[in-house]
Structures are given as C-alpha cells and as structure tokens.
Design a protein around this ligand. Structure first.
Ligand code: NAP
Length: 562
C-alpha cells in the first residue's frame, strides 16, 4: 500500500479504496470512462476477466489486442499510460520521415476504441497509482511501460555540458514530446539541478544547433564544418543523423514538430560524425536504414576504418544484414570516388568505425557548453561472435561540435524512480513491489510471468516488450512478444492461477482510484479530441498532424466539450 504523509491524503486514499455507489465504471469527472455500456448485456458478464495493461506503446497495445481477442465478450481491459496520449514510441520514437511505420496506429486505434477497453491517459504507475492499487482490482496486470532511460557512456562531460544529451531525448524533441517542449517538468531539468525558469530541452538544442558565434569555426569554403557527433551504430543513431542531414524542406510534409523543424531550418550543423566503437562487421544498424542515410541527396560521405580484418570475417559471414550493410558502404564509397574534391555538397556524413569517446570537452569561451569531442582509436580483440573494442591509446579530436548524442541504447528504469515524479506532494508513493534486474535493465520474468526472489512468480503480474526483454527489436517484434506473455497468462488462467479481483471493488477497475486522487485522466474520447485537433492543425500546415507539445494543452483539449 502507498505510504501516506498527510491526513488529507489518507482520506482520499481510503475513499479510493471503496467502490462508489451507482455506476461502477464512471469516474467523478469523466462519465465516458466506461468499459461497456449497451454491449454489457451481450457479454458473459457472469465471468468477466479484468485486466490492466500499463503502457500504450506497441507492447501494451499488442498485449491488449491479444487479451480482447482471446477472452472475447468476457474481456475488460484497462490501458494506463503516463502520457496523456497513447502509442508510446510509435508517436514519440519513430522518425517523422518514416510515416509508413506509424500506420500500425490504425490497428492500435481499433483496440483502443473497442468498447471492452478503456484508456486512462495521464495516469502513471508509480505516481498516480501503485501496483498495490491495481493488484486487488484485476485478474492480472501486464506491465508494458518500456524503457524510459538511456545507457550512458561514462565519459567526462556527458552529464554536465550543454549540447551533450541522449539520442532518446533528441528523438523526443523532433517528435514533439512534451518533455522536450512543453510544461511537463522533465528529469532532464533535474539532471542539471536546474529549477524553474531553466531552459527547456528545446531551448538548449535550438541554441546549440543555431549558434554561429564561435571562435574556432573556419568559415572558408573548404574549412572544417560545424559538427554533430553521434555515438553508436544502431538504427536510432541513423534516425538522428538523417534528421540532422536531410534537407529540412523534405520534412515539411511530415508530422515533425514545428518548433523542431524551424530549428533545423536554421541549423548551422553541416557535418554529422557517426562513431562506432566496433567495426562494420559488428554494427547494429539495418541495411535499408543505412542505405537511406548514405543516399541522402547533397550529402558527401566519408568512411573511416571499415576494412574487415580476417578475424572479423566470421562475424560478417554470420549476419546477412551486416553483409548487406557493408555492401551499401562499399557502393557509396565507389560512387563518391569520381567526384572532384573541390566540389563539396551542402552537408557531410562521416562514418567512423573503431572509435570510442574519451572525453567531451567544453568550449574555450564557455565552460558550460560542449566544444569538442576526443575519440580514442580502437582495435578489436577476442573470438568471432564476441569481438570486443580495446583502446590503442591513439586519439583524435573533432572540433567545433555543437551537439553530441549518445545513441548507445535505451534502458528501462526500476519503477520506484518514476515515483520521484509525484505531483501531489502530500502523497509519497513507496517503493513499488515490481522486481527489477538492474544489470539487464528488465523486469525478471519467465516467458512474461514476472518472477521475484528465488525465481518465484509474482501471481497476477506479467511483463511485455522492452521492459521484458531489453531495448531491442522493431515494432513488429512486440506482436510475437505479446503472444508469448499473454499465452503464459492464458495458460495460468486455465490452471486457476490468476487472482480474483476483490468483490468489494465491484469490477470497477482503477477508475475510482484515479478519480479519488483527482488525476486528470484522458479517456479515449479525450484522446479522440486531441487527435482531431492535431489533425486539424496539421491540415492547416499541409502535414498529417501538428502534435500538441504541452501536457496542459493536451488536457485542456481533451476536456473540451464540442
Ligand atoms: P542498438 O540497436 O542496440 O544499438 C546500440 C549501439 O550502441 C550499438 O552500435 C552498440 O555497439 C553501441 N554501444 C553500446 N554501448 C556502447 C558504448 N558504451 N560505447 C559505444 N557504443 C556503444 O540500439 P538503438 O539504436 O537504440 O535501437 C534500439 C532498437 O530499436 C533496435 O532494435 C533498433 O533496430 C530498433 N529501431 C529500429 C528502427 C527502424 O527499424 N527504422 C529505428 C529505430 C530503432 P556494440 O555493438 O559495440 O555494443
């Protein structure tokens, strides 16, 4: 149970614990928050199955879909999300110029609009509700809140210098995530120890990308260019590089956030260095995405140290995507060879294999801001299949660096970290009872069944997606993943291993808890209003949608009555 620090909060929590009289599905503020209305009489309501899915990204939506499909009329699925708007990384992670990848939201919309499903946006596990709130109200809870943190490089400067940030935040920025743009107080500010009035992430990125006063910059036609450096050779790194290098006018008809586009249009960055600690035979990116980057018009490409040593040939041989990625690099290099050195393109990409960051260094004229990046040249050691980077001691420096993005993977956070976000200071949510394997960055599980001490399963608790298997894989992988988790849940149900919701709650799920805590929940109808408003603004600008970038505006639009 949540720890409570005031009498007022105690009263509210105990009210939340009691079902309200009258309609069990309605919250105080938002009557449309119902599971079923007229269709209730058609369902085998004598034996309903109540599920809560935490997270409305691909993992959560596929899990909800599977539950609805399997349990048919008996299914009741509550979908919670910390964000006021659904679909997680499909909305805030997929690059705006990859519109076809986002079409999966058509399927997710159907799930959300199913009368057996309810959506509770702006309701965070760990902030607004605890696992102890959910457990007695559902047959099972499926955790699918993904990986909201990032791996670090552990080099000097990465946490302190303006202009050094994670690719996850940069992606959130160009995708209009309120954490970067709006009034959603982010842990980004906390990271720097800043208080009110501190610049937003957008302000920081805009300042870094568009700043032109620098002493080291050589403005001669063939001098060095202003750089952005990206560490990591995965698909997220490619997304970031592409957005920085692409002609911004090619992004105008996408759903890129307007403020980010305006910044990119004024960007002084002309060179992007993609830096990988290992070689081409070990790179994580996909050949299709790599080709897309290498083929950007008006961008020169340089490649450093892509030779494949004999010892690496087996790594290359073992992976068709890597072989194809290497072929794409070879082809691009061959295409560039005929060009005259004196004619240079608008922008430049350099792909630098076998290099690790050694230090991020401040500018000479501003100790708070990134100025250059020192790299150490690596060699590879170890047997095929587990070749490791080892520093040679040789270093090189990239100067005039405006932005350094670490794109070395996402990382799930233990649930208790989220509880720092508590908005109501009179309530302190205790450490949550969700096991967490900090080394692997996952909730420990057996085929999606959450396991605790001694590998014992935690009854009624399941996990799906990146939180279950780590931050790997494309959106479609979550379908297979959800099949496995929900398959385990169904099996447990058949064996009578699911909990029964406490009768006292009258199958009302989480709604009364959130209502009692005055959580400003966004229902599916609220999301429909936000969606319509974003599409309307988008149509005016000739794009599919213009995303709302502040939580308070989302809440206002969600609650407008038409
Ligand atoms: P990722 O694919 O795991 O790539 C991470 C990269 O970071 C690797 O090159 C890794 O190199 C490197 N790295 C890790 N630790 C490092 C360190 N300490 N120093 C230097 N480099 C380090 O991660 P991601 O790019 O974040 O992508 C996550 C998942 O989303 C992937 O499965 C990706 O395919 C998927 N995704 C797909 C698309 C798409 O299909 N278009 C777009 C975005 C994301 P090592 O190999 O040496 O560890």
């Amino acid at each position: 149970m949540a720890a409570v620090t005031s009498r007022r909060a105690l009263t509210r929590l105990s009210a939340a614990a009691r079902p309200r009289g009258g309609a069990p599905f309605a919250t105080r503020r938002d009557a449309p928050l119902r599971w079923v209305s007229s269709s209730a009489k058609d369902s085998p309501a004598r034996d309903p199955r109540l599920f809560c899915v935490v997270g409305s990204g691909p993992a959560g939506m596929y899990a909800a879909d599977r539950l609805l499909t399997h349990y048919g009329a008996a299914a009741r699925v509550d979908i919670l999300d910390k964000s006021p708007v659904p679909f997680g990384l499909v909305r805030s992670g997929v690059a705006p110029d990859h519109a076809s990848t986002k079409s999966v939201t058509n399927r997710f919309e159907k799930v959300l609009n199913d009368p057996r499903a309810r959506f509770f946006g702006n309701a965070a596990l760990g902030r607004d509700v605890s696992v102890d709130d959910l457990a007695p109200r559902y047959h099972a809870v499926v955790l699918a809140y993904g990986a909201a943190g990032d791996r670090t490089l552990d080099v000097p400067g990465e946490d302190t210098l303006l202009g050094a940030l994670s690719a996850r935040r940069f992606v959130g920025w160009f995708n209009g995530d309120p954490e970067a743009h709006g009034d959603d107080p982010s842990d980004f500010l906390a990271r720097r120890g800043d208080e009110e009035g501190a610049p937003s992430l957008h302000d920081e990125i805009a300042r870094c990308l568009t700043n032109t006063e620098t002493k080291t910059m050589d403005v001669s036609k063939h001098g060095p260019r202003r750089s952005a450096v990206i560490f990591g050779l995965g698909n997220v790194a490619l997304d970031c590089a592409r957005i920085l290098l692409r002609d911004p006018k090619d992004l105008r008809a996408t759903d890129i956030c307007a403020a980010a586009l305006a910044t990119l249009e004024r960007s002084a960055v002309e060179h992007v260095a993609l830096v990988g600690r290992r070689g081409v035979a070990q790179a994580a990116f996909s050949p299709k995405e790599l080709r897309e980057l290498l083929d950007l018009p008006d961008v020169d490409v340089r490649v450093y140290d892509d030779a494949v040593a004999e010892a690496d040939a087996a790594d290359l041989e073992a992976s068709r995507p890597r072989r194809r990625a290497r072929e794409a690099i070879e082809k691009r290099k061959a295409r560039g060879k005929g060009l005259r050195e004196s004619v240079r393109s608008r922008k430049e990409l350099s792909v630098r294999f076998l290099r690790s960051p050694k230090a991020l260094v401040a500018r000479d004229d501003d100790a708070t801001r990134l100025g250059s990046v020192v790299l150490e040249v690596n060699e590879l050691a170890g047997p095929p299949g587990s070749r490791r980077a080892r520093g040679t001691g040789a270093t090189e420096t990239i100067r005039d660096v405006a932005l350094a993005l670490r794109s070395v993977g996402y990382k799930a956070k233990p649930l208790e970290e989220a509880s720092r976000d508590t908005r109501d200071t009179s309530v302190t949510l205790k450490q949550q009872r969700v096991p967490f394997d900090a080394t692997r960055g996952i909730v420990p599980n057996a085929f999606g069944r959450v396991t605790g001490a001694g590998n014992r399963r935690v009854p009624g608790l399941y996990v799906a997606g990146w939180l279950k298997r780590g931050p790997k894989g494309i959106i479609g992988d979550n379908l297979i993943d959800a099949e496995e988790t929900i398959g385990a849940l169904i099996e447990d149900d058949a064996q009578g291993l699911l909990r029964k919701p406490d009768a006292v709650f009258e199958n009302s799920g989480v709604a009364p808890v959130l209502a009692a805590r005055d959580t400003r929940v966004v229902s599916k109808e609220g999301w429909a209003r936000i969606d319509a408003e974003e599409r309307r603004r988008g149509a005016e600008a000739g794009k599919p949608r213009e995303k709302l970038t502040s939580v308070s505006e989302m809440l206002r639009v969600a609650n407008e009555r038409g």
